[in-house]
Design a protein around this ligand. Structure first.
Ligand code: SAM
Ligand code: DTB
Ligand code: SF4
Length: 335
C-alpha cells in the first residue's frame, strides 16, 4: 500500500459526522481498507463507530415474508426464484391481519423495526393496495416500517411514502462487475434507478449486499464503494453472508473466511459512518465469537426472530442471551 493511501485512510472521516460533501471512495481505496492488518482495521472501525453511535446498542429488526416463492427473477443465491428447485413453494400473499399480528408479536418481543418482504420482481397495482394497508397498520403500532418488494416505479414510491413507510430495502447485492454472474433478469442500473426513486419520494434507503458468493476481493470492495458513493449513502446497510440453499446455483460455493466477513462489516462502517450496518443473513451459521467481532467492527443492527424470509435465524432467546453476554442492549432500551 503506498503512503498516500495509508495517509488517506488515516484521515478518513475524522470529523465522524456525515460530511457536507460526501466522501467519494475509489474501489482501490476500499480495497486498501480490506487489506489493512486486522487489528488496525477493527480499531479504525471501532473509532468511527464510537464517534457516531452508542457502541453497545443494537437495533432489532424483524422480517416477515408477506409473499413467498415463485419469483420471476433468476437471482443465483435466492431460494425463492422460480428458476431454481429448492422446495420453497409459491404461496399467495398473507392477509393484512396476519401481518399485523406478526408485527405486534415482534414488537412485544423487543423489535422496533418490522420489514415486510415479497418475492416479486416488482409489485402489481393490486399488490400495492394490500401492502399500503399493511404499512399503515404496522406504522399504527408505533414500529418503524420497512418493505422490500422489488423494483418500484415513481407512483409506487409515492404510495408507500404516503402510507408511512420509513425504509425501503433494495440491495445492490454485489459489484457491477460480478452482478452478471449472479442475476440475468435485471441489470444493475434497474437497482440504482429504484433506489433513486425511493430517495426522491423521501423514504430512507436500506441497501446492502451479499458476500461469500465467490466474488473476489476487488469485487467485494466494489460493492462497498458503490454503496458508499450513493449520494447520500444508505441510512441502513445490510451485509448478508450467503445462506447456501440446496437447489440454487450457489449452493456449492466455497465458504467465505469468517474473518473476511468481519472485515466487510468494518469497511462498511468506516466508509458509511452514520449508517446502521446490519449483520444480516448468515448469523445462524456464525459462532458467537464471530458475531461479537462483527459488533466490534461496527455492526449495530440485526434481524431478530427465528426466521429470515425462508431460511432460519437464531431464535430471539438465543440472541438476547448473546447480547447480554456482550453487555449490549436494544437501541430502544438504552441503559
Ligand atoms: N424480491 C425483492 C428483491 O430482490 O429486492 C425483495 C426480497 S429479496 C429475498 C431481498 C434480499 O434478500 C436480496 O436482495 C438478497 O440480498 C437477500 N437474499 C436472498 N437470498 C439470500 C441468501 N440465500 N443469502 C443471503 N441473502 C439473501
Ligand atoms: C436483506 O438484506 N436480507 C434480508 C432482507 N434484506 C430482506 C433477507 C435475507 C434472506 C435470506 C434468505 C431467505 O431467508 O430466504
Ligand atoms: Fe426474487 Fe428477490 Fe429472490 Fe431475486 S432476491 S429471486 S428478486 S425474491
Amino acid at each position: 500500500m503506498n503512503t498516500q493511501t495509508i495517509e488517506f485512510i488515516r484521515t478518513v472521516n475524522q470529523s465522524g459526522k456525515r460530511p457536507a460533501t460526501p466522501q467519494r471512495w475509489s474501489v482501490a481505496e476500499v480495497e486498501a481498507l480490506f487489506k489493512l492488518p486486522f487489528a488496525d482495521l477493527l480499531f479504525r472501525a471501532q473509532q468511527v463507530h464510537r464517534e457516531n453511535f452508542d457502541p453497545n446498542a443494537v437495533q432489532l429488526s424483524t422480517l416477515l415474508s408477506i409473499k413467498t416463492g415463485g419469483c420471476s427473477e433468476d437471482c443465483g443465491y435466492c431460494p425463492q426464484s422460480a428458476f431454481h428447485s429448492t422446495g420453497v413453494e409459491n404461496q399467495k400473499m398473507l392477509d393484512v391481519d396476519v401481518v399485523v399480528a406478526a408485527a405486534r408479536a415482534a414488537q412485544q418481543s423487543g423489535a422496533d423495526r418490522f420489514c415486510m418482504g415479497a418475492a416479486w420482481r416488482e409489485p402489481s397495482e393490486e399488490d400495492m393496495a394490500s401492502v399500503v394497508e399493511m404499512v399503515k397498520a404496522v406504522r399504527g403500532l408505533g414500529m418503524e416500517t420497512c418493505a422490500t418488494l422489488g423494483m418500484l416505479n415513481e407512483k409506487q414510491t409515492e404510495q408507500l411514502r404516503a402510507a408511512g413507510l420509513d425504509y425501503y430495502n433494495h440491495n445492490l447485492d454485489t459489484s457491477p462487475e460480478f452482478y452478471g454472474d449472479i442475476i440475468s433478469t435485471r441489470d444493475y442500473q434497474d437497482r440504482l434507478d429504484t433506489l433513486e426513486r425511493v430517495r426522491k419520494a423521501g423514504m430512507h434507503v436500506c441497501s446492502g449486499g451479499i458476500v461469500g458468493m465467490g466474488e473476489n476481493l476487488t469485487q467485494r470492495a466494489g460493492l462497498v464503494a458503490q454503496l458508499a458513493n450513493l449520494e447520500p449513502y444508505p441510512e441502513s446497510v445490510p451485509i448478508n453472508n450467503l445462506v447456501k440453499v440446496e437447489g440454487t446455483p450457489l449452493a456449492q460455493t466455497e465458504d467465505l473466511d469468517p474473518l473476511d466477513f468481519v472485515r466487510t462489516i468494518a469497511v462498511a462502517r468506516i466508509t458509511m459512518p452514520t449508517a446502521r450496518v446490519r449483520l444480516s443473513a448468515g448469523r445462524q451459521q456464525m459462532s458467537d465469537a464471530i458475531q461479537a467481532l462483527c459488533f466490534l467492527a461496527g455492526a449495530n443492527s440485526i434481524f431478530y426472530g427465528e426466521q429470515l424470509l425462508t431460511t432460519g435465524n437464531p431464535d430471539a432467546e438465543k440472541d438476547r442471551a448473546l447480547l447480554d453476554k456482550l453487555g449490549m442492549y436494544p437501541f430502544a432500551d438504552k441503559k
